[in-house]
Ligand binder design. Structure first.
Ligand code: ATP
Length: 514
């Protein structure tokens, strides 16, 4: 675990050192859980967004995009339930004065039980060697069964307390489980209270009668209130989807783990409108489609899992998360929710407008049901970074830090390096670059030795480098170096585009989805 924490710290400093992510307001010592993306981070982030957007809007004839405003009519948040129910249960430790999410403390306790079981399994696997039957061991080992029973009971009790909104019971669970504050090590807890996560501000001058408005905590509502505008002007028929990428804001109580939990972040959401009664089929289909999107990046199928929700949000009749293995465990990256007709019906009620869909085939009006896929750009960014970062021991004893980014997401696809800064090599390198820059992102680098320049490109995740040397001027060939294998091959300049473009394009990923 300590080792994993070290890795995570290294990733955070790597992000800063190489222009991916900076703490916001850095020269003023930062602002809690707010971050800025640097020159390389923004490219990676844009590539993630492009991959998502194109997979939705280009690959589905019945999905279109919108870009709605962050500020919205305040009644929208009343209708959606966010004013009354977008809360996290918080608890303070009286000794350390640290604040925690009570639900997260309990979830961590459940994870501890699961870890204990995993350790027992690993120990037994070692002892029994090849003849080990894990399923049988889990079903029969007394120690495992005992821990599993405790874990299941806790799970059940916790789910009930949350579903009932019973905050006293949530506190009692923390007391009964003897959960301690990781800082003070004590069990001196306050009561559990609800805390609303929405940021408020004012619109208009006070003299005019300013009204309180909220910074949106999700982009989804901008889609719901526009669904009929889009349906009518786009002549869309059910089932159809609306996609949107944009900022969201949440006043998170405990904002830790770098860009995993931020107060200002970006979401990529798609609301898919379907006929009532077909929603669970679509829910299953979107779960599958979204997992495929993740897996196409080649970051290891074993690093993903679904987590089905027991406590459903007030609007949902089915919900599942896609979790990715981060250095700090499996964590939610995306949520897929069957939101029923809750949101649209609420907006109909609160706005007083008829927003029913007219179904020409059935010749009737009704409120569609909705399946939502909601993924955080920043969390996705973090999972890509965590998976890609490696420190490799080389044959000569040196260590290289390399970002093995999926090539289509890499900020720079090709670094163009003249061997020396004279003899016409820089001019030749520029000429190559001027031809290729229209097709993918190229960077020219002439400072430092070739070895150092390769290392720097490895650290930035650039999948290919080419070196222009004296022979290039006569044979029209360059040395092409592969980031992952470090293999170098001599190739003709005319062949470069063909060799590289296909491997680094978003299209190469999209083709895996169809
Ligand atoms: P969590 O349980 O981690 O607070 P959530 O279930 O509230 O997340 P959703 O409301 O389903 O999250 O939001 C959809 C997606 O938006 C999440 O899967 C995540 O990727 C992203 N997201 C949510 N909150 C944050 C945040 N504070 N910082 C960064 N990304 C976030």
């Amino acid at each position: 675990m300590a080792q994993q924490e070290d890795v995570f710290k290294k990733i955070i400093s790597h992000c800063k050192e190489y222009g991916f992510v900076f703490p916001s307001s850095d020269i003023y010592d930062g602002l809690g859980a707010v971050y800025d993306y640097g020159q390389n981070g923004v490219e990676l982030k844009n590539n993630i967004k492009q991959y998502w957007w194109q997979s939705m809007v280009l690959l589905h004839e019945n999905i279109v995009g919108i870009d709605s405003a962050i500020f919205m009519h305040p009644t929208i948040w009343k209708a959606s339930g966010h004013v009354d129910a977008f809360n996290d249960p918080l608890i303070d430790n009286k000794d350390s004065k640290k604040r925690y999410r009570a639900d997260v403390l309990i979830e961590d306790q459940i994870a501890k039980y699961e870890d204990k079981i995993a350790k027992e399994v690993a120990k037994a696997a070692k002892r029994f060697g090849e003849s080990f039957d894990e399923a049988q061991f889990r079903a029969t080992n007394a120690r495992v069964l005992e821990i599993q029973a405790k874990c299941d009971a806790l799970h059940e009790r916790f789910a009930k307390a949350l579903n009932d909104g019973n905050l006293d019971e949530v506190k009692q669970i923390i007391v009964d489980e003897e959960i301690v504050c990781p800082i003070s090590g004590t069990r001196n807890w306050t009561d559990v209270r609800q805390f609303n996560l929405m940021f408020k501000t004012e619109m208009g001058s006070t003299a005019d009668g300013a009204s309180t408005i909220y910074l949106r905590p999700e982009t989804a509502q901008g889609i719901f209130v526009n669904y009929l505008n889009v349906q009518k002007t786009g002549r869309m028929k059910l089932p159809f989807g609306i996609a949107q990428i944009g900022k969201a804001f949440r006043n998170e109580i405990v904002a830790r783990q770098f860009i995993f939990r931020m107060r200002e972040f970006e979401q990529m959401e798609m609301q898919f409108f379907v006929q009532p009664g077909t929603e669970l089929e679509w829910f299953a289909s979107w779960k599958e489609q979204r997992l495929k999107w993740h897996k196409a990046l080649g970051m290891g199928d074993e690093n993903y899992r679904f987590h089905d929700h027991e406590k459903l949000a007030h609007y949902a009749n089915a919900a599942s998360d896609i979790e990715f293995r981060m250095p700090f465990g499996f964590k939610e990256v995306e949520g897929i929710h069957s939101r029923t007709d809750f949101d649209l019906s609420q907006h109909e009620k609160y706005s007083g407008k008829n927003i029913k869909y007219f179904d020409p085939e059935r010749n009737e009006n009704y409120v569609p049901y909705v399946i939502e896929t909601s993924i955080g750009v920043d969390r996705m960014f973090l999972s890509v970074m965590c998976h890609s970062y490696e420190e490799e021991k080389l044959e000569n004893g040196e260590t290289r830090a390399v970002l093995k980014l999926p090539a289509a997401l890499a900020p720079t696809k090709l670094a163009v390096l003249p061997l020396v800064r004279k003899d016409g090599l820089p001019e030749k390198a520029r000429e190559i670059m001027d031809n290729l820059k229209f097709h993918f992102n190229c960077k020219y680098e002439e400072k430092d030795s070739i070895g150092k320049r390769y290392r720097r490109q490895d650290a930035l995740g650039t999948p290919f480098c080419i070196t222009v040397d004296h022979e290039t001027l006569t044979d029209n060939c360059v040395t092409l170096r592969d980031r992952d294998t470090m293999e170098q091959t001599r190739v003709s300049i005319d062949a470069l585009r063909g060799l590289i473009e296909d491997k680094v394009s978003i299209t190469s990923l999209l083709k895996k989805l169809v």
